[in-house]
Design a protein around this ligand. Structure first.
Ligand code: AMP
Length: 452
């Protein structure tokens, strides 16, 4: 067999995505184990490789991943199978329900799966009739013995939506699906060849950039800024390159999706969880500002979660409009997202001095308000005060019903961050010293996440 199971994939992964496909591939990550180095192929050894047409990824912990190169693979308990199910000592009875040869996958134009088992194989929750050959769809989940006992998922690498990676990346990454779209491009989920570690590849087509005033500088600035940052609260830059058609930035993959989806799912986050997430965002922004960088587009959508855990590691992302403080272009550009814009950004045309790092602190105030209450402090209404006017006058909609359950201390921090005068606005340092964030247990948990 040209390509055997690698004993356990690497980084965590799983659901994310503004695309919100909810595909089975999303589930994989939460259960993944750390890689075992000996199973990985050396990164440089790509020349003689045959490109795989699919990947089998584990949903259940302990099950290895496997690249599919040959035309047929058998799966079962038997050691003679191409893929042998691992023994689970905590569930010996379950292991007995797996057949020596449970199913096989083969390529006949399309990928197919055929059940060979005693207790049944389920694909996307549906029991397959024994000996029936069924087309295996991209991201199909495979369950053994019961519809809910998901163990594996399948990624079809022949279905890549016409996306072509440039030469520098093509041999080392395999794209599997789209994670989301930004203003100027798409973000794709890809696997590192060999290690099967997941990465996010940001692809910015050059023809879209041609619509911008400074076509390439934003992408180049984003890559340059990301490259100099190293912080657990900031998405890690891996590499960048470009082709005739597009720029590509390879980033660490955050499996938990956007904070905006998290807030939406829970409506509001409860004070304890908000604090856990918000503290990490403040630490990341404090680090950024200390490095002389202003993000300028902090918002719930640009905060990603590293996992699906209840108390996840948080990663600030999207440095597309970030700039070095003191840069002439910083102080004078109207950019960002209206709900999060500081008053001084709205009035940048009238100002002699422009704006600075404090714009990020205003956005932190909006983020905290949103986490605690599940809605924006400034609301668009067809009649009455415009959003820009609400922002300028800090006309904040503290809904009494919602805010009655939130502590005065949390509200106090929101108020200090949403201070109209930037010179009086709470800084990241002051936010970190605010009584609401003095919670040793929460800080210890964050520290542990950072060390893991
Ligand atoms: P952006 O162009 O950076 O705004 O990204 C667009 C969307 O793609 C984001 O809102 C996320 O849903 C998704 N995304 C971006 N970067 C990542 C990443 N590193 N890991 C997971 N999803 C990502």
């Amino acid at each position: 067999m040209a390509s055997g199971p690698s004993s356990g994939p690497s980084s965590g992964a799983g659901t994310s995505s503004s695309a919100g496909t909810g595909s089975s591939a999303d589930t994989v990550s939460t259960q993944r184990t750390e890689p075992e180095c000996e199973s990985q192929e050396p990164r440089g050894d790509t020349e003689s490789r045959v490109a795989p047409w699919g990947i089998i990824l584990p949903i259940l912990e302990g099950f290895p991943s496997m690249e599919l190169v040959n035309t047929e693979y058998s799966f079962g308990r038997d050691f003679n199978c191409d893929y042998t199910f691992p023994k689970n000592n905590s569930e010996p009875q379950r292991y007995k329900t797996y057949s020596s040869r449970h199913f096989h996958i083969f390529l006949n134009g399309d990928p197919f799966l055929q059940d060979d088992s005693m207790n049944g194989t389920y694909m996307n929750g549906k029991l397959l009739s024994r000996d029936d050959k069924v087309v295996l769809p991209n991201y199909a989940t495979i369950a053994l013995g019961e519809p809910e006992h998901h163990v594996l998922t399948f990624c079809n690498l022949m279905r890549q939506d016409g996306i072509k990676l440039p030469e520098g990346l093509r041999d080392r990454y395999m794209i599997t699906k789209e994670l989301g779209t930004g203003v100027f491009g798409r973000v794709l989920l890809a696997f590192c060849v060999g290690s099967l570690e997941r990465v996010a590849i940001k692809m910015i087509p050059k023809h879209d950039l041609a619509l911008q005033e400074a076509p390439t500088t934003n992408v180049q600035a984003e890559a340059a800024i990301l490259q100099r940052l190293a912080h657990p609260g900031i998405i890690r830059f891996l590499e960048a390159c470009d082709s005739e058609e597009a720029f590509f930035i390879v980033l660490e993959y955050a499996e938990g999706g956007e904070l905006s989806q998290w807030v939406k799912r829970r409506k509001e986050l409860c004070e304890k969880r908000s604090k856990f997430v918000f503290y990490q965002i403040v630490l990341a922004v404090h680090y950024l500002n200390e490095q002389g960088i202003i993000h300028r587009d902090l918002k719930l959508q640009n905060v990603l979660l590293a996992s699906m855990a209840e108390e996840p590691l948080v990663k600030v992302t999207d440095f597309g409009v970030a700039r070095i403080a003191g840069d002439q272009s910083v102080a004078r550009t109207l950019c960002g997202t209206l709900h999060y814009l500081a008053p001084e950004v709205l009035d940048v045309g009238k100002s002699k001095t422009g704006y600075g790092k404090a714009v990020d602190c205003w956005a932190l105030g909006v983020i905290l308000f949103w986490c605690l209450s599940g809605c924006s402090p400034f609301v668009e209404c067809p009649v009455g005060t415009s959003m820009a006017e609400q922002i300028r006058s800090r006309h904040v909609a503290f809904d009494a019903q919602v805010w009655k359950t939130i502590s005065q201390s949390a509200r106090d921090l929101v108020t200090h961050l949403l201070t109209v005068d930037p010179s009086q606005r709470c800084t990241t340092q002051q936010a970190l010293e605010h009584p609401w964030l003095q919670d040793p247990e929460m800080k210890m948990k964050v520290q542990q996440l950072w060390e893991d």
